[in-house]
Design a protein around this ligand. Structure first.
Ligand code: 6PG
Length: 616
């Protein structure tokens, strides 16, 4: 397809030859009246085109009953294309020959023996509706090269995925259902991982056009150039191992996108390493877990901008959408910016999970609620300001039963982690940014891992007194909300400081937008924050009156919870941060005096800030 003069007949004929299929020129199917009109320079109307398109439609149906064929037809409007392939859409590939107006006009004026006048070209460009599903080929090349490009696009996959774990499988299905051709690779490990890609394809109808490999060289050959390869392998040395085996098989201009939870510093190193080989490397944070990968994750990309431009349409097509229907996907900055933002997402995620776990602990062990009762309260909260994906799944978890028991009671109390929360904390330490709530969440996981030690200690301390205060559910909600506000404030402040330190120019508002859907920390709170950023959250005029109003509730929760011997590290850290951040009663001066006293480190005087003075 394409406007008149774009080369459909020439290229169609060459393509048919390459594919060993018959060729049909749509022009030959025009009724005589249409040809007469065109020769007279009268543009065709839709009524004129109907009979012509129907003839071609019947031809297409006929060809599909045999081995297929190549048809050249301008097919400029979506309505024409619908008519042409009505009922057989999924068996048809559209190739749009694209060229600048001037180039086509020049070619048309040079050719003879054709009934279409150059004047009609204007009307053709005016009605052209570019189909998003077409393979778009530039005609600014020799016919041989154009045909080669089309063959490349027709027979090779648009994207390759390495690693078919839970996330890789979800992404593969997501791409395939969005109409992309995919090649899938999974390593071969005798007795453990055998024919993984082929078996996965065979068991999913959506993947009928996908190609499966357990050998890298043929996987690479199966991809359109420039190749776009998405890695979904375990972070750390497995990523380096895959890169090492892949790169000798690639050509300059190819792109690798690492979509796992890699450390941002590793990503920076890999970008530089691959740039030396003229390969693009992207560090892409993908959030949303198994379901997100399959139906729409939130995507945080960073690294080679040129590489992102090649990947952009693919990533945007599979991402979740925000309320304005824009993809929750963007390029956030160079180096490891994408993976850094994902790491902070996970820090916030850890704290959000811990805050919910703390309320669960307070209600269950402090106030004697059973999981159903807690689920009921959380469920009511889901329609209002507390709504979040994590609270939603918690309600489902709390209600899950196994026989007559709560499923939750069958799960070991040692919470684990893969490391991203601890990395976020390390970065906060390196940048010197206070992140006490993330710290509390990470350390709560470490502590929970010490099951044996906790069991011993609980025997020694079993007779601690308990102080019970009445439960007020609204105030509990206020405490939770304020702690979450502080958690989000701190996460965005960490991003703000990293952006300054690493010169990434991060757009905090855009990050909040990307986090409104698809990711694990999507929530109604995120929707409101996106309008407040880039102002520091706790300083915003719509936030600080709320924070002040809920301060007492957070204190109450901590007083009653801790006196019930409930572990409330994140709520406490949040309250202490707020106190430290907002109450101007100096104690840091005492630390300075102590440091100077024992180590002669000096201090700055309030009445003479010019120097560092050691007090003799
Ligand atoms: C997400 C999750 C995801 C994964 C984390 C969990 O955004 O989809 O964060 O990336 O679940 O790796 O991390 P831990 O294993 O450290 O809890």
């Amino acid at each position: 397809m394409g406007v008149s003069g774009s080369g459909k007949s020439t290229i169609g004929r060459m393509l048919a030859e390459a594919l060993d299929l018959p060729f049909f020129d749509g022009d030959d199917y025009h009724p005589a009246e249409n040809v007469a009109k065109m020769q007279a320079g009268i543009p065709l109307q839709d009524e004129d085109r109907y009979a012509w398109l129907m003839r071609l439609h019947l031809l297409a149906i006929d060809l599909l009953k045999q081995n297929g064929g190549v048809i050249a037809c301008s097919a400029l409007k979506e309505s024409y294309r619908k008519l042409l392939i009505d009922g057989v859409a999924k068996d048809v590939k559209w190739i749009l020959l694209e060229g600048e107006y001037d180039l086509i006009k020049e070619r048309m004026e040079a050719r003879t023996g054709h009934y279409m006048s150059a004047d009609l070209l204007n009307s053709q460009f005016a009605i052209l509706e570019i189909p998003s599903y077409a393979i778009r080929i530039s005609i600014d090349n020799s016919p041989e090269t154009i045909t080669e490009h089309i063959m490349n696009s027709l027979t090779k996959s648009e994207i390759g995925i390495v690693g078919l774990g839970v996330m890789g499988r979800g992404l593969a299905l997501n791409f395939a259902t969005k109409g992309f051709s995919v090649s899938l690779y999974n390593r071969h490990v005798a007795g453990k991982e055998e024919y993984v890609a082929r078996n996965f394809i065979a068991s999913h109808a959506e993947l009928q056009n996908a190609k499966g490999f357990d050998e890298l060289a043929s996987f690479v050959v199966s991809l359109q150039t420039p190749r776009k390869i998405l890695l979904m392998v375990e972070a750390g040395s497995p990523v380096d191992a895959v890169i090492e085996s892949l790169t000798p098989l690639l050509s300059p201009g190819d792109v690798i996108a690492d979509c796992g939870n890699s450390h941002y510093a590793d990503t920076k190193r890999r970008i530089n390493q691959l740039a030396k080989q003229q390969l693009h490397f992207l560090g892409v944070g993908v959030s949303g877990g198994e379901k997100g990968a399959r139906y729409g994750p939130s995507i945080m990309a960073g690294g080679s901008h040129e590489g992102y431009q090649l990947f952009q349409h693919l990533l945007e097509s599979i991402a979740a959408c925000d309320k304005q229907n824009r993809p929750c996907c963007n390029y956030l900055g160079d180096e490891g910016a994408g993976h850094f933002v994902k790491m902070i997402h996970n820090g916030i995620e850890y704290a959000e999970m811990q805050l919910i776990a703390e309320l669960y602990g307070t209600l269950r062990y402090g106030y004697g609620f059973n999981p159903d009762g807690i689920a009921k309260l959380f469920d009511q909260w889901l329609t209002g300001i507390h709504q979040s994906f994590l609270l939603d799944i918690t309600v489902q978890i709390l209600r899950a039963r196994e026989d007559d028991n709560w499923l939750l009671d069958k799960i070991s109390d040692a919470s684990q982690s893969k490391g991203t929360g601890a990395w976020a904390l390390q970065s906060a330490n390196e940048l010197g940014v206070a992140s006490p709530v993330i710290a509390a969440a990470v350390h709560a996981r470490f502590l929970s891992g010490n099951i044996g030690g906790r069991a011993e200690a609980s025997k020694l301390y079993h007779d601690l007194g308990r102080h019970v205060t009445p439960l007020d559910e609204d105030r509990l909600g206020d405490a939770f909300y304020l702690a979450r506000l502080i958690n989000h404030h701190l996460g965005f402040e960490l991003l703000r400081e990293a952006s300054k330190a690493y010169h990434w120019n991060l757009d905090l508002q855009e990050i909040a937008r990307i986090w409104t859907n698809g990711c694990i920390i999507r929530s109604s709170l995120m929707e409101t924050l996106r309008d407040i950023l880039p102002t520091s959250l706790l300083m915003h005029s719509s936030v600080y009156p709320q924070a002040k109003g809920k301060h007492g509730a957070l204190i109450d929760l901590i007083v009653s919870g801790t006196s019930h011997q409930i572990h409330l590290p994140c709520h406490s850290a949040a309250l202490n941060f707020l106190n430290g951040f907002t109450i101007n009663q100096p104690t840091g001066n005492l630390i300075q005096a102590q440091r100077d006293f024992f180590g002669a480190h000096g201090f700055q005087r309030v009445d003479d800030p010019s120097g560092n003075i050691h007090h003799l």
